[in-house]
Design a protein around this ligand. Structure first.
Ligand SMILES: C[S@@+](CC[C@H](N)C(=O)[O-])C[C@H]1O[C@@H](n2cnc3c(N)ncnc32)[C@H](O)[C@@H]1O
Length: 301
């Protein structure tokens, strides 16, 4: 799986830039436009929160665990809009500090290893954009990907009562995914081998499931699937909106961008990693159907 240092690279490095661009407690996962791109990004993220909270049956007094909580948008929604209680878990120090500063109950903890002894059991659990980080390239190469997911669902089952709901949304590989051997950072810009090589650099330690089937299959000893839908087109729109916001001028943010220039000049690996500000590999992967994105609601059996 992606280790803490990987996630600190991905999320803590951009922590302040992200909050200055999107807002203190914004989402860093696909929004729910349902194809209506007249909605603002904020409206579509709110629609996502409502959909998840409704799917999970979250109401006043519910005890919720938000795994991989990022900057805490869903925790904030369920506590403020549903009067529920929420514990958020992240592996990024920067995100946890920001969430705590914003009044949320968020801890740095690996959500793949939560026991009932840690916080008790929950009425509902969410994991929005976390599963992408659970299996590393090395684990996939060693044939351990299914094991990573099945162990995760087994652990999850101990945290919910029978009939308890779990929501996850995750990127998956899709029908145009290429062979790993074809990934090439020097390939033609924007080609499948190039964008997939950038993806691996942007998200170190992270390899995606091969379709929702792989996730559902590994959940099946403990969970049945209640609903599934693709959010691929919605994710393309989400990323387009993020790019505009990352570019929008803000003096403090632009000073932060400037402070990264020496590292950019000296560190070739970092140059590849921040190439994502120019090309957006995940957007291209969704457009080319190399990747898809799914919203999955499960029920404990
Ligand atoms: C794409 S962000 C999504 C954040 C948030 N759920 C949202 O929708 O805005 C991925 C998050 O997964 C977290 N994460 C990845 N692996 C994790 C793990 N094993 N334990 C806890 N958090 C993890 C990262 O720290 C980051 O907060």
């Amino acid at each position: 799986m992606a280790e803490k240092k990987d996630l600190d690279f991905t999320y803590t490095t951009i922590d302040e830039i992200f909050r200055l661009s999107m807002g203190e407690t914004a989402d860093y996962s696909g929004a729910k436009y349902d194809g209506d791109f007249t909605l603002t990004l904020e409206q579509a993220q709110k629609a996502k929160h409502k959909f998840i909270a409704d799917s999970l049956g979250i109401e006043k007094g519910s005890k919720v665990l938000d795994m991989a909580c990022g900057w805490g948008p869903f925790c904030q929604y369920v506590t403020q809009e549903r009067a529920a209680s929420c514990i958020g878990l992240t592996l990024s120090e920067g995100q946890a500090e920001a969430c705590q500063k914003n009044g949320m109950n968020v801890l740095v903890k690996d959500c793949r290893h939560v026991k009932p002894d840690d916080f008790g059991t929950f009425d509902a659990i969410s994991c929005i954009g976390g599963l992408e980080h659970f299996c590393s390239v090395e684990e996939w190469k060693a044939g351990k990907q299914e094991k990573v997911y099945s162990e995760f669902f087994e652990m999850l089952g101990n945290l919910l009562p029978k009939g308890g709901k779990f929501y996850m949304q995750t990127m998956t590989f899709s029908k145009n995914m290429i062979n790993y051997e074809e990934l090439d950072i020097h390939a033609e810009k924007g080609s499948a081998p190039h964008v997939m090589a950038l993806m691996v650099k942007e998200f170190p330690g992270s390899w995606l499931p091969y379709g929702p089937e792989m996730v559902i299959r590994n959940a099946s000893p403990v969970f049945k699937i209640i609903s599934q839908e693709s959010g691929r087109h919605d994710y393309i729109e989400t990323i387009g909106q993020w790019r505009k916001k990352f570019r929008k001028f803000n003096l403090k943010k632009y000073m932060l961008y400037l402070s990264l220039i020496p590292k950019y000049i000296m560190d070739k690996e970092f140059r590849h990693q921040v190439a994502v500000f120019r090309i957006s590999p995940n957007k291209v992967c969704f457009e080319k159907n190399i990747m898809n994105h799914f919203r999955l609601v499960f029920e404990k059996i």
